[in-house]
Design a protein around this ligand. Structure first.
Ligand SMILES: [Zn+2]
Length: 100
């Protein structure tokens, strides 16, 4: 049982992802907000949770992490890997489709 209210956390964080700044301020973007545990093994309380978008939460996963700053580094690292994948594998397919 969580010792916090999900909406209170969102409001505290301005309905923005604490990792990338994604703005969950409309219904269509709010849908992608989630609660992330900064330290995956830490307590289930407000001091250990932040607002995160679905993407950053997935990037961060269960990597060992103790502070928000470390979390941002983890997300950034995975994001760079994902970007390279997108650039090498996804973008060429999209460009090919567009040339039809
Ligand atoms: Zn994010």
């Amino acid at each position: 049982m969580a010792n916090y209210d999900r909406l209170e956390i969102y409001a505290r964080d301005g309905f923005r992802c604490c990792y990338c700044g994604f703005d969950g301020g409309t219904f269509d973007t709010w849908k992608f907000l989630e609660i992330d545990h900064i330290n995956p093994k830490g307590p289930n309380e407000s001091s250990n949770v932040v607002t995160s978008c679905h993407y950053c939460n997935g990037c961060k996963g269960n990597d060992p992490c103790e502070t928000l700053e470390q979390g941002r580094e983890i997300v950034s690292r995975h994001n760079q890997t994902n970007f390279k994948y997108w650039q090498d594998k996804v973008l060429p397919i999209m460009l090919k489709d567009r040339s039809h």
